[in-house]
Design a protein around this ligand. Structure first.
Ligand code: ADP
Length: 305
């Protein structure tokens, strides 16, 4: 498989803070690669290094099989990115903005190309409207249009759905799917929301404190076979005694006063439920959670305290 991005031992220090800590990862051709981590994990810092906006303290980045440092212009010509909130001339139309911004970066700014891109992001009908009249979601899509104008092979998106409503998020997701499936683009997408990555990515890493914690195929990582299921009970004491007389006790992950968490699969949920109910232990709630989801929630909570 052709490696599009190869990051090895990447490290970035800011004085005594280590924003990225010995990070290594590969993105292959055709991947929608989810770069997931809680706020402050080091995602933007990594992306800024991928775009040569800042330089690494240590480590190496190869893109399209070439060293980024030595082949910066060649590489970046084939990369499209939205990093920060895209900036536009509010009093000019969407069309005019793309024309000007495209010209600045030396792209094809023929009417045909601009209209084609505006259609792709669903803004063709509003091409004459002033950008200041656009919603946040529309501006975000215009940002994507700008990033796509030069038909890049690799598209890097830093939290592209931040601040969007569910409809806006879906539009970006649909666009990512389209670019990946219909246009064979490789997409590197950062996010702090597992669910969002899960819906579009085929591979992902989870980073925390600048280092990789989990890495693999989204389908493997989110395999529902390994569930954490929380049973909400009125009386955990009685349930403990009951479970102690069965093999289920070995599948108990943890207890609190009102909850028991089991490591079981979907098929086992009704069996545990039946056992409890038949022994007159009221089950108030059953909440299944995939282990990765639980893990991610855990590191997210810890990083925000
Ligand atoms: P993320 O994008 O995952 O939210 P960032 O890459 O923005 O995380 O930040 C990683 C860490 O580096 C944070 O602790 C952040 O405060 C710190 N950081 C980012 N940029 C700078 C900077 N220019 N100077 C000092 N610290 C920074």
């Amino acid at each position: 498989m052709e490696k599009i991005i190869e990051i090895t031992h990447l490290t970035k220090h800011y004085k005594d803070l280590t924003a990225v800590n010995d990070l290594s990862l590969n993105v292959y051709k055709g991947d929608v690669f989810g770069f997931l981590g809680p706020n402050g994990a080091g995602k933007s810092t990594t992306i800024r290094m991928l775009l040569t906006l800042i330089s690494p303290t240590k480590g190496e980045i190869n893109i399209f099989g070439k060293n980024l440092n030595k082949n910066r212009n060649d590489i970046l010509r084939k990369v499209g990115a939205i990093v920060e909130k895209p900036d536009f001339y509010g009093y000019l139309s969407a069309y005019k903005n793309l024309e000007i911004l495209g010209r600045i970066s030396g792209c094809d700014v023929s009417k045909k190309r601009i209209m084609e891109i505006l259609e792709l992001v669903g803004l063709d009908k509003r091409y004459k409207s002033k950008v200041k009249t656009f919603s946040h979601g529309m501006k975000q899509r215009l940002g994507l249009a700008q990033a796509l104008l030069h038909d890049p092979e690799l598209i890097i998106l830093d939290e592209p759905t931040t601040g969007l409503d569910p409809q806006g998020m879906k539009e970006i997701r649909d666009l990512i799917n389209y670019l990946s499936k219909e246009k064979n683009k490789t997409i590197f997408l950062s996010s702090h929301i597992l669910y969002e990555v899960e819906l579009v990515a085929n591979r992902m890493v989870i980073i925390n404190k600048g280092a990789t914690k989990v890495e693999g195929l989204v389908s493997d990582l989110l395999n529902a076979a390994n569930l954490k299921v929380t049973f909400g009970l009125t009386s955990v004491t009685e349930a403990k005694i009951l479970l102690g007389q069965t093999q289920w006790i070995n599948k108990v992950d943890s207890f609190t006063e009102t909850k028991i968490v089991f490591s079981i699969n979907h098929e086992e949920i009704p069996l545990v439920n039946k056992l409890l109910v038949e022994n007159n232990i009221a089950v108030n709630s059953i909440v299944p959670m995939r282990s990765l989801e639980e893990y991610f929630l855990d590191i997210t909570e810890k990083s925000s305290t």
